[in-house]
Ligand binder design. Sequence first.
Ligand code: NDP
Length: 609
Amino acid sequence: MGNQSTMGGSHSQPALPTDLNAVRAKYVEERNKRVRAEGVAQFVAVEGALDHLMDDPFVPERVSRNPQTAEVDVVVVGAGHCGLLAAVRLKQAGIDNIRIIDGAADFGGTWYWNRYPGIRCDVDAYIYMPLLEEVGYVPTEKYASGTEIFRNAQRIGATFGLYDKALFQTHVDLARWDEEIQRWTVSTNRGDKITARFVIFGLGPLNRPKLPGIPGLTSFKGHMFHTSRWDYNYTGGSSEKPESEMVKLCDKRVAIVGTGCTGIQCAPRVAEFAKHLYVFQRTPSAVAERANRPTNPEWESSLAAGWQKRRSDNFDRVMQGLPEDEDLVNDGWTEMRELMAAAWAGTVGETKEAQAGAQRAEAIDLEMMNRIRTRVDLIVEDHATAERLKPWYNRLCKRPTFSDHYLQMFNRPNVDLVDTNGHGVECIEERGLIVDGKLYEVDCIIFASGFEVGTDYSRRGDIKIIGRNGITLSEKWSGGMKTLYGYLSSGYPNCFHMGAFLQNAAFGNFTAVFDRQASRIAEIIVRLNEAGAKTIEASAAGEDAWVAAVRESYHASEPFLAQCTPGYYNGEGKTTDGILYEQYNGGVTRFEEIVQKWIDDGLSGAVVR
Ligand code: NDP
């Protein structure tokens, strides 16, 4: 990171509040600045005049091929971690006649598209990267780069012989259930027509880029792109080596809009090369220490069979505050274990224990957030900049972030923080961006503005899913999702859903969640085959009961989310639009017990024919 100082804050540190009432008042004040009447509608989809921003910059050529007609057992839609794991677990269960379809040109999903410089997964790589023991690989660092994770996705595809089953650069337009033949027909933009007994959708929770609906967005005459389609042609460097030099930026004034997990990872790399970087901030991230490190060879050689699952299960339990003798991952996430446990205890009703839990959570939270705010003072030299970089909300209101480069970056002479005081960029015009009436002229705008959340499920996948009665899934779910444990929906036989925020429980390490889903789907299909059954779907009653359980678990978390600063967790302030609304908030372990019991009890709540 060049010669940036790491602990450069030399100004005297202002005292941070320890009085809970004062902190609560400050949080409300900061929240109120940010809440917008439009809620999630403040963002615009990347379509129409902006459609080109969705183009694949990594493999611009579309491989030509003839349309396929095939009859298979399973079509898996999506070749990210969900799709890959589904394919692997199906294959291991003896179900080999499958197709995996994805718009990208390779496996990887998130890690195919997101190749921005500085990209890393902020979850321990030894648990995040799936199937490490199966493919015989150990990550080179505790927090792996995006390239290393993408390579692992390719490794999984190659090891399990999945490339022959994949249709890449192919978009599924329509999946329609045909009651007469008891099959799905899957149609693509390449003219393919594939019939399948089962379909599995692994569309990913955050797959469709969004842009802030800033007035004048399309009037900008310079260059612009979204972080999930990084334009290395423009910046220099390469997607193969995102750590390489972006020399073409040396005479460029660059704006980055957005300071979430993505913004804080890519901005320091841009700062190293750009003539000038303006970081446009609406809400500061809470940035804790990262402390990445290379894999210790001795530790690596000590790993005994089954190590990855043990480590992953340990993480899940530690993160839920469940008793464990040791904390194997031991990092900034598990450091939050006490906070999680207390917050958890605080959501289980009106009891004295719940009140005590909530109070304890608030006290731990204040201590943690004060540490994070103090860290800003210790690192950032300019006092005014440091003040603007301090986050004023609870630790769990937004996705926690970690970096040992982001705050340090503001000590560089070529970097300016443009704080919008919670209001966002005012407007964009031909030459640049306007905040508080002042024009910041730039050559390029990079949007680190995240992904669609809370929009219609089929829209995010851009797929029409038509069930038994000719009703699209979008129509059925127009008043909210309706599933049985997130897997099945009534009226959509043999159609499984995978991923997060689908009325299932996903928390902490998502790939472990996806792997459990994949294994269970494979197990269910095998059971159906053994029983000679043709179809499975949710019963209307089973689905209603599960939706009620999801809502009940959500209501317990609602008061906390409602007081949070706006973001995608809480639907930009309207909690029922938030990602956590469609989450079973009773805990991953509890959820898995429920699903296991469901399977063991013969899939009650589902209709098997
Ligand atoms: P986010 O949605 O988290 O962040 C979007 C950013 O854009 C926010 O800082 C937001 O500000 C800002 N923004 C929105 N509108 C405006 C506006 N009008 N003016 C100025 N700023 C604006 O997207 P990310 O891509 O950062 O992250 C999305 C998710 O992807 C993460 O939460 C995480 O789940 C995942 N991710 C995971 C990583 C990992 O290491 N595992 C790394 C990167 C991403 P505001 O906060 O005020 O809304």
